[in-house]
Write a protein that binds this ligand. Structure first.
Ligand code: FEO
Ligand code: CA
Ligand code: CA
Ligand code: CA
Length: 600
């Protein structure tokens, strides 16, 4: 691609200094400003009531933007000359303690909280390409995906006994999606979203190897939806398999509000952070996905059929059938040099070779003693049998469309090297890994290859406080401190952007968004672009650098406070005693925000 290299981007900025973690502000670089695109509770449909803080109803919430936006993307509506677009956002979970007054009836809290989960698609408009976006209430493509929305299960598990319930004796139709964390946008313009911590929504026997491996327990859940709907308790007759219907990659077509969204069993079932797709030279599509749990694995799916440019209907079937692999990393430094502190081995870099170990090939199980359906439903158990590398919580895994190299955000792993737990290795080089690291994978030949080489792009931390860090050789005294990488994105010239989740308990700074130069003499340079308000994580970065515009999902601002005693007022920042303007409230609300030049 032309123009690769950090100097080529139109989005130039001076890095902001790290922000203290108790600052309740969205901090952006000099010359930039920000405003919300859409906030929790904003009415999406014409019949949607205005947001009513403290008195939300489920019926209202079903017609409004949901809570805790995580993955987001903006797709231009073809033919609109850049003036109309779609915003996709998922809604990972709810923070009842700050959403509702303690006096609200528990049943009402449960119902509103449930309606605040799922997904949203909302149309955006702007006057011209240099102006910020506004969302359009009542636009034809607007849609809320709720717990009652029907998803079609695709692939080998569709129709299998392992996913049948009394409500779905066919084992093909699943209501709702839960714990949606990150995602990805496919080359054919659909959105993928990862069902991550679904286990927290279910009571289950908790005794089987699978229940234990997936964190399913026989305890009341935090939100207690099991009181309202029997399917959230797998001890109930007829719902023994309900938990097997979550933990998948979801695909939605945001351009068709009547379409049936899908859950793709071919990509396996685990705590999917998200999934990102690249078309290999051979035409097969490859999807990478991380399992975000301490000591869990990195996966890759290779489609059976090939991508056809312009044939959207065909391309939307590609994730239904293919091969599934799990990654094994081998280091090449003497083991004694990996001292658990992250110092660079004597061969100059953390690097080595790797192999994609087969779990499913050609529609057949490659795992002894497990059927195809079992491998895909109990993917963690299947992977355990083939010896992949235990990773430090893989969050986003994203291929660069410029180079084909794949970036893996390992967010942290407080248990690495603790008694009875695996210690540091070259690919996960730090014991009690507080700040995380980024792995860079180079597939050997075509993207569908089963062999790769790898190196670490960075080992995160705050060098100014003495943390042992590594930035591909870039001087540590010239980088922004960074901790707990989570979501990844690329700009149009191939720079990597990283949003973080957990920096307050890592380096003691607010979470933020960072640009990382990958190419040339400045490779490894980290520059902080923004910091999010108190208690928030930074999610869903969208880098429209050609328009000098950046979008992030600000998730769970003020999470550590209470409704009665908030510790964030993002994004409306209504002053104490002031009369809120229409639509504004004096309380924290998750929101998708846009950052743009003050001269726009
Ligand atoms: Fe929901 Fe892996 O973060
Ligand atoms: Ca999150
Ligand atoms: Ca090495
Ligand atoms: Ca995440």
């Amino acid at each position: 691609k032309n123009g690769f290299g950090q100097g080529a981007s139109k989005l130039q900025f001076t890095a902001i200094p790290a922000v203290a973690s108790d600052v309740d502000a969205l901090t952006v670089p000099a010359g930039f400003t920000w405003q919300p695109v859409i906030r929790w509770g904003d009415p999406i449909f014409n019949d949607a009531p205005a947001f009513e803080l403290g008195n939300q109803t489920a019926a209202a919430q079903e017609r409004q933007f949901g809570y805790n936006n995580d993955y987001s993307d903006i797709l231009e509506i073809p033919g609109s000359k850049g003036r109309r677009a779609l915003l996709f956002a998922n809604h990972e979970y709810t923070n009842e303690n700050i959403m509702f007054p303690a006096s609200m009836p528990a049943g009402q809290m449960r119902a509103v909280g449930a309606a605040a989960h799922g997904l949203s698609v909302v149309e955006l408009e702007r006057k011209n390409k240099n102006k910020p976006w506004s969302y359009v209430q009542g636009a034809p493509l607007n849609r809320r995906y709720l717990n009652s929305t029907r998803y079609e299960l695709t692939g080998p598990v569709a129709g299998a006994d392992l996913v049948k319930t009394v409500a779905d004796p066919e084992g093909r139709w699943i209501n709702g999606t839960l714990g949606n964390c990150s995602g990805g946008t496919t080359p054919w313009g659909t959105i993928l979203s990862g069902e991550e911590n679904f286990n927290g929504y279910f009571v289950a026997p908790g005794t089987s190897a699978a229940d234990k491996r997936y964190g399913l327990t026989n305890k009341a859940t935090a939100r207690q939806w099991e009181l309202d709907d029997p399917r959230f308790n797998a001890n109930n007759a007829g719902y023994e398999n309900e938990t097997n219907r979550f933990g998948w990659i979801v695909e939605v077509d945001p351009f068709d509000p009547t379409s049936t969204p899908k859950k793709h069993s071919s990509l396996g079932r685990f705590k999917h952070e998200g999934a990102n797709v690249i078309v290999a030279k051979s035409g097969h599509v490859v999807a990478y996905s991380g399992d975000d749990e301490r000591f869990d694995y990195l996966y890759k799916f290779v489609s059976k059929a090939k991508y056809r440019e312009g044939d959207r209907k065909h391309n939307m079937t590609l994730l239904s059938e293919g091969d599934l692999y799990v990654a094994k990393f081998t280091g090449n430094a003497p083991a004694a040099e990996i001292d658990g502190k992250g110092t660079v081995p004597s061969d100059g870099s953390f690097d080595g070779t790797g192999e994609w170990l087969p779990l499913v090939v050609g529609g057949k199980s490659m795992v002894a003693g497990m059927s195809l359906e079992e491998v895909l439903v109990y993917t963690r158990l299947a992977a355990d049998k083939v010896g992949p590398t235990k990773m430090d919580r893989c969050e986003d895994v994203q291929p660069s469309l410029h180079t084909g190299k794949v970036y893996v955000a390992c967010t942290n792993n407080s248990d690495r090297g603790k008694p009875g737990k695996e210690g540091a290795t070259e690919a996960n080089p730090r014991n009690e890994n507080r700040d995380g690291h980024i792995v860079e994978i180079t597939e050997t030949g075509d993207q569908t290859s089963t062999k790769f080489t790898w190196n670490l792009l960075m080992v995160c931390g705050d060098p100014s406080t003495g943390d042992v860090t590594y930035f591909s050789g870039f001087p540590a005294d010239r980088v922004s401190p960074i901790s707990c990488p989570d979501n990844l994105a690329f700009d149009s010239v191939g720079n990597l952007w990283i949003s973080t989740d957990g920096a307050p308990s890592g380096i003691g700074k607010a979470d933020g968004l960072f640009k990382v130069t990958l190419d040339g003499p400045e490779r490894g340079r980290v520059e902080q672009f923004l910091a999010v308000p108190r208690d928030a994580e930074t999610c869903g970065p969208i880098i429209h650098d050609t328009e000098r515009s950046v979008f992030v999902s600000v998730q769970h601002p003020g999470e550590e406070g209470t409704f009665e005693a908030p510790n964030s007022y993002f994004p409306d920042y209504v002053a104490a005693g002031a009369t809120p303007r229409p639509g504004q409230v004096r309380a924290p609300r998750p929101a998708v925000v846009q950052v743009f030049p003050t001269d726009a």
